[in-house]
Design a protein around this ligand. Sequence first.
Ligand code: C2E
Ligand code: CA
Ligand code: CA
Ligand code: CA
Length: 279
Amino acid sequence: AKAQGKNRLVVYADGMAATARRRAELQQDLQVAVEGEQLAVHYQPTVRLSDGRTTGFEALVRWHHPLHGLVSPAEFIPLAEESGAITAIGRWVLHEAVAQGAAWSRETGEPLRMAVNLSPRQMADTDVTAEVRAALEASGFPAEQLTLEVTEGVLVRDVDRVVEQLEELRSFGVRVAIDDFGTGFSGLSYLRRLPADIIKIDRSFISDLPAGRSAATLIASIVELARTLGLDVVAEGVETDEQREVLRAMECGSAQGYFFSRPEPAGRAGARLGLAAGT
Ligand code: C2E
Ligand code: CA
Ligand code: CA
Ligand code: CA
């Protein structure tokens, strides 16, 4: 038993070393990923629950690593945050996403929304306001159709600066969404500090529906809270028709999730809008 224990320890240590090696390797490769055209943006629709219409999309970055294949953003975004590569990646995603949003809006004649994730380091290290303005100008995408998604992680850094940046963005029409709402420590207290227009209820609450009584109660109170504060609500991670129905009955405004569509490359996402592929 002792020997076995020892073996396991060795295996574990090997596993740790392999993980560390992979992290270091990916971190290095990330530097060239942007210039090397290894990144792509996929788009997941946001659906209005009252009538089932697609009102916009969330842009989600993908990395096609030359050796490791598809690497999840859940793995590489934190690495990019650490190394600072996130600023180049984030800028690229922003430009890509608003250009796509502008094209789709033009082609459908509808004011489609586009949501882009902003990471804490990106907000700390760059002049996000200037970058957003530049991207909007370059694409002709209206500021009113852009949503920037932030998590409470942005408050770990300079709170005053973050609030100032978000206020400035909102002053020219951009909307701010609080992502992964309900997962952090602060919850309500950061709703008070962050200027926001939209709350995105974290997937962990939705996945407990419909059976999870406390999840349902929590979601209902978040929806009610949002109504009181005049905020819109988006439920994340809706995977079943039942979940959609429960949320609709609660008068939750919008939803995203595999039930409606997975995030897809621009061509396929555009086809859902009734547009010819390749646009
Ligand atoms: P997020 O912003 O909370 O995005 C939602 C994640 O949930 C996405 O994972 C999406 O594919 C996934 N998802 C959507 N619907 C469902 C569902 O019904 N079931 C399940 N199981 N999952 C669903 P993804 O694309 O792997 O992204 C993971 C995270 O990586 C994102 O979480 C976001 O924090 C980060 N991320 C992705 N793209 C970017 C980006 O361009 N910039 C920054 N800063 N972060 C990004
Ligand atoms: Ca998001
Ligand atoms: Ca989220
Ligand atoms: Ca998340």
